[in-house]
Design a protein around this ligand. Structure first.
Ligand code: F6P
Length: 355
């Protein structure tokens, strides 16, 4: 007779993201409704190592959908990267009848999930990061809220920039990835966007700004991705006045954009992904990450998803593709090409219509 699935453990790891709580709620309610117990693992993988667990009931999660951050707390856990830490985590699962884990976070979280899966603890990943840098998924939980916060801040900054005829340079988070910069740049009518994925032409930016100033434009917004390094935006603050005569101010909203009330889109993405994660675990699946592709919730092998990420970021190491068939490698390349086209198209539009 098939063994009954007893308990799901759920954790949030890496940088927190608005909407993580909606995912926690969804996993909890979905599992409980199928007669499976749920336990919250506190502080990411460290909570598994230290056996810091909290049983979750429907009442515990009823009111958390609108809350930013994560009620389970989050951390990046070094100990879990070593075999000893992982073995302690597995012990905790066995001792507490945890038959499967849902891990919400970014690529570091998924590496942990795949390591546990290989060692016999079924794991399903849910992409939760404001950076949207999970190539396998069109959207990650938290991305939409962070961008809306930036747009709100950017609109306010535009007001003061207009009054003082200045250029505001906003550096936005995203780690190495420029998704946030690209999308918010377009939404803020930026005259230019600088990100690591596409070479930035400063001279062309200056020319556009000077032309617009001659036509009578007072304020300008330039959005810069964190991935270009801390000095990039700060340098622009000096270079823009030197090259255009337009006064500039550099702003780094940083962690502010990681907090706040999650948008409808993030809540619902989290809710559907959470339910799907439980479905898959109860079907006996493991080592998968939930993805949103073309407005459908689907799943992908975690190892495959991690390698697509590296391929997209040009960070493939020798032997990375050895475990994959020619067909799989082709479909990875197609996905990366799709993402590159998206970046190039958005970038061109911004440079054409930003003013
Ligand atoms: O991954 C989310 C993120 O906010 C990135 O955008 C940023 O680079 C990083 O985390 C900041 O990390 P920390 O919260 O550890 O400073």
């Amino acid at each position: 007779m098939e063994k009954k699935f007893r308990k799901i453990g759920i954790l949030t790891s890496g940088g927190d993201a608005p909407g993580m709580n909606a995912a926690v709620k969804s996993v909890t309610c979905s599992a409980l409704s199928r007669g499976v117990e749920v336990v919250g693992i506190i502080g990411g993988y460290a909570g598994l190592i230290n056996e810091d667990l909290r049983p979750l009931t429907k009442i515990d999660v009823c009111d958390i959908v609108s809350k930013g951050g994560t009620i389970l707390y989050s951390a990046r856990c070094k100990e879990f990267m070593y075999e000893e830490g992982m073995q302690k985590a597995i012990e905790t699962c066995k001792k507490n009848n945890i038959d499967g884990i849902v891990a919400i976070g970014g690529d570091g979280t998924f590496r942990g999930a795949t390591d546990l899966s290989i060692r016999g603890i079924p794991c399903i990943g849910i992409p939760g990061t404001i950076d949207n840098d999970v190539t396998a998924s069109d959207y990650t939980i938290g991305y939409d809220t962070a961008m809306n916060t930036i747009v709100d801040l950017g609109d306010k900054l535009r007001d003061t920039a207009e009054s003082h005829s200045r250029c505001i340079i906003i550096e936005v988070m995203g780690r190495d990835a420029g998704y946030i910069a690209l999308e918010t740049g377009m939404a803020l009518n930026a005259i230019g966007v600088a990100l690591a994925e596409i070479p930035f032409d400063k001279e062309a930016l200056y020319a556009r700004m000077k032309k617009m100033r001659e036509m009578g434009q007072h304020s300008f917004v330039v959005v810069v991705a964190e991935g270009l390094g801390a000095a990039f935006g700060e340098a622009l603050e000096k270079e823009i006045p030197e090259n255009t005569g337009i006064e500039a101010r550099f702003i780094r909203p940083a962690h502010i954009v990681r907090g706040g009330v999650p948008t409808l889109r993030d809540r619902n993405l989290a809710s559907t992904m959470g339910d799907k994660a439980v479905d898959l675990l109860l079907q006996g699946k493991s080592d998968l990450v939930i993805c949103s592709r073309n407005d459908k919730i689907t799943s992908m092998d975690i190892k495959y998803a991690l390698i697509v990420d590296r391929m997209f970021k040009n960070k493939l190491k020798d032997g990375d593709l050895d475990a994959f068939s020619a067909e799989e490698i082709e479909s990875m390349k197609a996905l990366c090409a799709e993402r590159r086209t998206y970046f190039e198209d958005m970038y061109d539009i911004i440079n054409t219509i930003g003013c």
